[in-house]
Each structure stands twice: as structure tokens, then as C-alpha cells.
Design a protein around this ligand. Structure first.
Ligand code: CDT
Length: 346
């Protein structure tokens, strides 16, 4: 049974520190309209889509910092962002959008939501679990900072897979399911969301694929030159950026294959403020680990592909049929130990 949907990564180019959210949202709406012309059903926007990637800056004044966050319970009603969700609703396109969230108790999260146009509501919210970088800025004034540990709290929602209605027709529903029969590849699509650095952690993907995820989506802001963070050997800026792109691709392709799912990655990219370089490389990857569509620019760009979620069934029922092949009696350390404990010295 075919389970075809047309999806897109909406890559977003340079955004300066002073760029108003309203201007960014206008660009996002333009990408959405292009998606509608191409009959796209789901658009994935990047991490912290609405502003420049502010964790690279040390912002002392709470009032200044708060301008980068969305406040209130419902992002779809957030004044600057509402036009995006209104447009998604009127075009009938589902969207996943990343943003900085300030909760009523003052906690900051690096968050994204999945908004369903047919339901006109947020179906799922995810808060970034793996926060990279440091709490304090580097002493080197030329270093590019990544102050996510300063501004955000690790996500408290876990990795909740969710089903999305209305994208695929003739699916098995609760009322029509036959008792005892496998539902793999038959119900409404199962999805999961990650945010940027999470994509480098196989545990995150696996928790979703243990819920049957057929599509995992994530946005990212990855610096082309993060020597202080990567700790890499001295190399040219060009080589450093090529490496960053290589690793971004490597983890997306490998994890899509090992979890038998499609994935969509969406980059914030380009030169913010003319000097902070972010890699592009937004891509749509198949459950066999192949790149089936990718960005050609480092600017606003829609990367579109028609995917057939039925292609996940082979991996989920053979090589990566977890029920038959996983050996959880041997994986104990995974959830008992955080850091490395080496064997005794010889
Ligand atoms: N935004 C984000 O998570 N960026 C990180 C930068 C590298 S931290 C060593 C990333 O994983 O791409």
C-alpha cells in the first residue's frame, strides 16, 4: 500500500541581530506559498527560525534577551508568528517551526512544534534535550560562542512520537483495525521531532523509532567555524565548514538508515550580520540512508520531495525489526551511565 506525501525543508538564509521577527515571518510565508504551488503537505522550518541564532551573543539585559523568545502558552497566537500559522491553515499545509520559548514561570527552552492545518492546532511540542556549548563565553574575543547552556534548560518533554492525520488516505484507524494484526505501515503517519545537536545522539532517534517513527524532522543552526567548540586541529575555514557539513550529513544518513525512517533537516544558514557563517545542507533522506533532495544554496530555499512512507516497512520488518533482533539484556549501560567509565588500567 502506497503512503505517499510531499514534504519540504524550508531552509532560511541570513538573519541579522537587528532583523525584526515580522520581516523573517514574511520570508517564511513566501516559502509557504511556494510550497503550496508545489503541492507540499508538510514544511519543516529551522531551529530558532524567527531570529538570528542569538546564543552566539552574550546578552546581559533580561529585557533584551526576552525579545528573542516567544511568550505565552500557544505559539500559534504569538503576535509576530500568528501570520505564519494563519497562512499554513489557509493553504492547508502542516508546519514544524523552531523557536525560543519562555514559559510563564520564566524557564527558557529551545522548542519546536508540529502544527496540523487540518486540525488547526499544535499536535506535538518538543523541547531540545541535548544543549551544546557553554554557560560562560570563551575568553578569546574572536571565538564564536554557543551559550545554549546559559539561555535554555534541557527539554522536559522527552521524545514523544505522534500520529498525524489527513496526510495519507485510506489508513487503518482504531475502529477499523483488525485485532492482532500488525499496524506497521498502515495507520496515520508516525513522526518525531529533534532540534539540531540532538541529531548527533543515536539514543534520541532510537527512542522515536521504538515508537515506530516513519519520519523524523529537525532544524539546525550549525556554525561553519566553531573551532573552540569542536576542538578540531587547526584547519582552513573552508575545510572546517566542509567537515561540519560532512558530519551533519553523516548523522542524518546513518540514523535514518539505522532507524528505518525518512528524515527532513532544515538549516538556518548564510552569513548572519555579514560574519557569522552557518552551514546549509538541508536535506531529505530515505530509510535506506540516501539523500533524495538537498539544498543547492545557502539562502532561503525550499527543498521538496515526494516520499512514500511505505518504504520504511522493509527496514522495520527485516534488518531493523527490533522485536526480533534487539538484545536489551546487553544494553544496560545506556540508561545507567552518562559519562565514560574505562576498564581498569593494565
Ligand atoms: N544549534 C546547535 O545545536 N548547534 C550545534 C553546534 C555544534 S556544538 C559542538 C550542532 O550540533 O550543530
Amino acid at each position: 500500500m502506497s503512503r505517499k506525501i510531499t514534504v519540504a525543508a524550508a531552509q532560511v538564509g541570513a538573519i541579522d541581530l537587528s532583523t525584526p521577527k515580522k520581516d523573517v515571518v514574511e520570508r517564511l510565508v513566501k516559502l509557504l506559498r511556494e510550497a503550496a504551488e508545489k503541492k507540499v503537505q508538510l514544511v519543516v522550518f529551522p531551529e530558532c527560525t524567527l531570529t538570528t541564532f542569538f546564543p552566539r551573543h552574550l546578552i546581559g539585559l533580561q529585557e533584551e534577551l526576552d525579545k528573542f523568545f516567544e511568550h505565552g502558552e500557544d505559539i500559534t497566537q504569538s503576535p509576530d508568528v500568528k501570520p505564519l500559522f494563519d497562512e499554513a491553515k489557509s493553504l492547508g499545509i502542516d508546519v514544524s517551526v523552531g523557536y525560543a520559548e519562555r514559559t510563564p514561570d520564566g524557564t527558557g527552552y529551545n522548542t519546536c512544534v508540529y502544527y496540523s492545518a487540518s486540525e488547526d492546532k499544535v499536535l506535538s511540542k518538543y523541547r531540545k534535550v541535548h544543549l551544546p556549548g557553554t554557560k560562560e563565553p570563551f575568553e578569546d574575543p574572536d571565538a564564536v560562542n554557543q551559550l545554549e547552556k546559559r539561555y535554555f534548560t534541557p527539554g522536559d518533554l522527552g521524545f514523544q512520537g505522534f500520529r498525524v492525520p489527513s496526510l495519507v488516505q485510506n489508513v487503518v484507524k482504531k475502529e477499523t483495525a483488525k485485532e492482532g494484526e500488525s499496524t506497521i505501515g498502515k495507520g496515520d503517519p508516525i513522526m518525531g521531532m529533534l532540534i539540531c545537536n540532538d541529531r548527533r545522539w543515536p539514543e534520541a532517534w532510537r527512542v522515536y523509532s521504538l515508537q515506530g517513527a516513519e519520519l523524523i524532522m529537525f532544524g539546525f543552526n550549525t556554525g561553519g567555524n566553531m573551532a573552540h567548540l569542536w576542538g578540531s586541529k587547526p584547519m582552513s575555514l573552508e575545510k572546517a565548514k566542509t567537515e561540519a557539513l560532512f558530519h551533519s550529513r553523516l548523522v542524518q544518513q546513518a540514523n535514518s538508515y539505522m532507524n528505518a525512517c525518512f528524515s527532513i533537516s532544515s538549516a538556518r544558514c548564510g552569513l548572519d550580520d555579514g560574519k557569522y557563517d552557518l552551514i546549509g545542507g538541508s536535506a531529505i533522506v530515505s530509510p535506506e540512508g540516501h539523500v533524495i533532495a538537498e539544498a543547492k544554496t545557502e539562502d532561503d530555499e525550499l527543498v521538496v520531495a515526494e516520499i512514500d512512507l511505505a518504504d520504511c516497512v522493509q527496514g522495520k520488518t527485516r534488518t531493523f525489526d527490533y522485536g526480533r533482533h534487539r538484545r536489551i539484556e546487553t544494553y544496560g549501560l545506556i540508561d545507567k551511565q552518562t559519562g565514560v567509565v574505562e576498564p581498569d588500567l593494565l
